[in-house]
Design a protein around this ligand. Structure first.
Ligand code: G4P
Length: 542
């Protein structure tokens, strides 16, 4: 018998949608996010997100670095309601040096929006993040932005995605004109033309005039050449373009494509509405107990991100949890898979960027923030009911390595605490030399800025001045065969062996070529470019 509680749960899960935006810096992610919030009614005037940012900078010390550099380091979650759907937008940092953070966030997302500048097409950071989405086979929605500027031919842009990413495309809407003559888009679902009017700075929703394709008013509303071009384009699309196929979208094989301009709000509402129709609702997650269904009444979730000291006045630590099944209730007591202990989930928070409000309940598909008094690590599973663990979140292969030195022995305790907490938060990976005499931790990062953030935070939050001594390596490989395989192989040239925070062997190479050589000569080492965060075991202490 289906109980009332189960029906409620199913209805709530049905309403949930979540996604992350992947893009190259400057494609317009902040602008699009802001416009989605504007249409979602979460903010009333665009510009508010930037204002919030400014506010945040006024209260946060280490994030002052973001301001100085004009970069966004932290990723946050924005939640809003639209058309009876509850949307979780998992924001990711824009700078490529923080791709590992983006990577973890993508592990919590059911859908991705690939945002591209229509004048540029595919850019390196987007390609890299696309690969991560492909690994998880999640649906990818493409939004070509900045059509209000001269851009590349839309057919050419579709072709690039098909050829280079091996992804089929289906244009859901099609641009009418471009640059100064960008008038609107054609909605292929409803076969209607949407003509927009520009508003000052796009701070309000764009006025949208909708006309059917054969409507005689078109002649007054649209210049003739643009109308003929549109008809011609549509014929080509209908003749050679892929068929719409929701199944393929959900399997990540076909991307629905949208054209628009986030700045002037053209096409944003249409995009949002189609997204809500086509996006994957919270989906089952693989675990040690098999697939966990979101409508399973037992609560479960995993930690995908930790963030400390968002507000320096409180020195708080927040764990971001993706709920995978069931209903979350404030103060519920759940099991923590790694430690085997129980934890009370008190002070849960609904997140809106850096702002938080207390929350009483949440459902599968939602992301919530919990105070983390040092209990949670990235990848941890929490559950009620039968013991289960979700798949670990892989660590990114670092490309930069450096010894982190603490020149002041009297600060050793603070240094150790700081390094351990930043490691736990995933701000940087920590490795160690196998040589017992070399006790300094090795920072392993994807980008230089991660080093700077670590040093900055150690100083501002733990009062420790540090020095970074770079190491001449650029490739790391985990030895899948373990220490025994390494021992059997014996001495290796052009590489050093270190151990990660869990004591697992990692080889560091100067370059890709050295790595390939060792890989070719010793397949038994089973070299891997990433390794899962180990659960069920605490990392080795410093
Ligand atoms: P990001 O988060 O992906 O890095 O991009 P962001 O939204 O910050 O946008 C990068 C720049 O592109 C901004 O200009 C923004 O105004 C502009 N932009 C975003 N969407 C559009 C669009 O649809 N059309 C046009 N023409 N420009 C767009 P900026 O000069 O760097 O900053 P600002 O002074 O405008 O804030």
């Amino acid at each position: 018998m289906v109980t009332e509680i189960q029906t409620d749960l199913a209805t709530e899960v049905e309403k949930r949608r979540n996604f992350a935006i992947i893009s190259h810096p400057d494609a317009g992610k902040t602008t699009l996010t802001e416009k989605l919030l504007l249409y979602g009614g979460a903010i009333h005037e665009a510009g508010a997100v930037k204002a919030r940012r400014a506010q945040r900078h006024a209260t946060s010390d280490w994030m002052a670095m973001e301001q100085q550099r004009g970069i966004s380091i932290t990723s946050t979650v924005l939640q809003f309601e639209y058309d009876n759907c509850w949307i979780n937008l998992l924001d990711t940092p824009g700078h490529q040096d923080f791709s590992e953070d983006t990577y973890r966030t993508l592990a919590a997302a059911d859908n991705a929006v690939m945002l591209e500048d229509a004048a540029k097409g595919l850019e390196p950071q987007t390609r890299k993040l696309f690969e991560v989405c492909r690994m998880r086979s999640i649906p990818i929605f493409t939004f070509f932005n900045k059509l209000d500027r001269p851009g590349r031919d839309p057919f050419e842009l579709l072709d690039e995605i098909e050829q280079e990413l091996g992804l089929q495309t289906y244009a859901v809407n099609w641009p009418i004109g471009m640059g100064d003559r960008f008038k609107g888009v054609f909605d292929r679902r409803q076969r209607q033309i949407h003509l927009f009017e520009r508003t000052a700075h796009g701070s309000r929703a764009a006025t949208d005039t909708i006309v059917e394709l054969g409507d005689p008013r078109i002649e007054e509303l649209l210049e003739q050449d643009l109308y003929y071009k549109l008809k011609e384009d549509l014929e080509v699309l209908d003749a050679v373009g892929a068929e719409f196929d929701l199944e393929k979208i959900h399997q990540g094989q076909l991307t629905p494509v949208f054209f628009g301009s986030a700045m002037t709000n053209f096409g944003v509402k249409l995009f949002l509405e189609s997204f809500l129709d086509y996006a994957l609702k919270p989906s089952p997650r693989r675990s040690t107990l098999g697939e966990v269904q979101p409508t399973d009444p037992e609560f479960s979730g995993f930690v995908f991100k930790l963030q400390a000291n968002m507000d320096p006045k409180h020195r708080d630590r927040i764990a971001f949890i993706r709920i995978c099944s069931g209903k979350f209730e404030k103060d519920m007591v759940v099991n923590h898979a790694r430690s085997g202990k129980t934890v009370r989930l008190s002070h849960p928070q609904r997140l809106f960027g850096q702002e938080r409000e207390s929350l009483v309940e949440a459902y599968a598909g939602d992301v919530i923030g919990l105070n983390n008094p040092g209990v949670f690590a990235i990848g941890d599973t929490i559950y009620s009911g039968k013991k289960l663990e979700f798949e670990g979140i892989p660590m990114f292969s670092p490309e930069l390595f450096a010894y982190l030195k603490n020149p002041n022995p009297s600060k050793f305790k603070q240094f150790r605490k700081g390094v351990s907490e930043l490691r736990e938060e995933g701000a940087v990976q920590i490795m160690y030399s196998v040589d017992e005499a070399k006790r300094d931790p090795i920072l392993a990062a994807v980008g230089q800025l991660q080093f700077e953030v670590v040093q900055f935070r150690l100083l501002s939050e733990y009062g420790v001045e540090t020095r970074v001594d770079p190491l001449p390596f650029s490739v790391a490989r985990w030895v899948g065969g373990g220490w025994e395989a390494l021992e059997r192989v014996g001495r290796l040239f052009n590489t050093v062996t270190v151990k990660d925070s869990w004591g697992r062997p990692v080889l560091l190479f100067r370059n890709e070529w050295n790595c390939q050589q060792v890989e070719g000569e010793h397949p038994e080492l089973n070299l891997k470019s990433s390794a899962p965060v180990v659960s069920g075991q605490e990392p080795e202490s410093l």
